[in-house]
Design a protein around this ligand. Structure first.
Ligand code: SF4
Length: 222
């Protein structure tokens, strides 16, 4: 019964290849302000902010980095203080011991192998300790050179609800999205889903009646 309902819903909205463009276009209008919520002034601050944002909110990271970035300006600054001091300075972002370890390891490799400059290629970003694929994708996209599609909890939920993927694993979801989303939209697409997920397609109670893509969504409740 449930399965036939899902099949019927998919038939109603049509194939994902035909829906992706109108979904993007409508979300671009709806969330014209969709962009990264982290605050940073340069590439190093971007990388640090994204690393600190694991398991916490962007608002929380911004609160911490407001003071952090006054004290720590160059990669050397993160290595010049005892680890305990850095731990205290980023404490409020949670997982502060692991994050301190990652930040210090990352800064060391940044200085040793990249002359203190944040690289732009995903393969190079992934060589930095504590930088996983999602972080590398976010940084590359924000630097204007997206080489993948960022998959976070909102992107995962919305991609599934919109019938763009049946996968659960973020890496497999990203592969599905890379095949589906036109390359010129790889950078903005995750922002659109993230903002739509925060404002409309909320995890527990999606506001389908107010959703601009409800006629294109197999999970619509209206
Ligand atoms: S119709 Fe509902 S489930 Fe589908 S994207 Fe919109 S809010 Fe989410």
């Amino acid at each position: 019964m449930a399965r036939s309902y899902v099949r019927e819903a998919r038939r109603r909205v049509g194939p994902k290849r035909a829906r992706i463009q109108p979904v993007i276009e409508r979300l671009l209008v709806e969330h014209a302000d969709a962009s990264i919520a982290l605050r940073f002034r340069n590439e190093l601050e971007l990388l640090v902010s994204v690393m600190l944002s694991a398991q916490t909110t962007d608002v929380n990271v911004n609160r911490v980095t407001k003071r952090l970035f006054v004290k720590y300006r160059r990669p050397e600054d993160y290595l010049a203080v005892p680890p305990e001091e850095l731990e205290r300075d980023i404490f409020a972002t949670g997982f502060f011991r692991q994050k301190t370890k990652s930040l210090r390891g990352m800064m060391r490799v940044l200085l040793e192998e990249f002359d203190g400059q944040v690289p732009r290629r995903i393969e190079e970003l992934l060589r930095l300790p504590g930088v996983a694929r999602k972080t590398a994708n976010v940084v590359a996209a924000e630097l204007g050179e997206p080489q993948g599609v960022v998959v976070d909890t909102h992107v995962r939920r919305l991609s599934q609800r919109l019938g763009f993927t049946k996968q659960e694993d973020p890496v497999k979801i990203e592969l599905d999205l890379q095949k589906l989303v036109p390359r010129e939209h790889w950078g903005v697409f995750p922002h659109l889903l993230i903002w739509h997920g925060r404002r409309v397609c909320i995890a527990r109670t999606p506001l389908c009646h107010a959703c601009v893509v409800n006629d294109l969504c197999p999970s619509s409740r209206v």
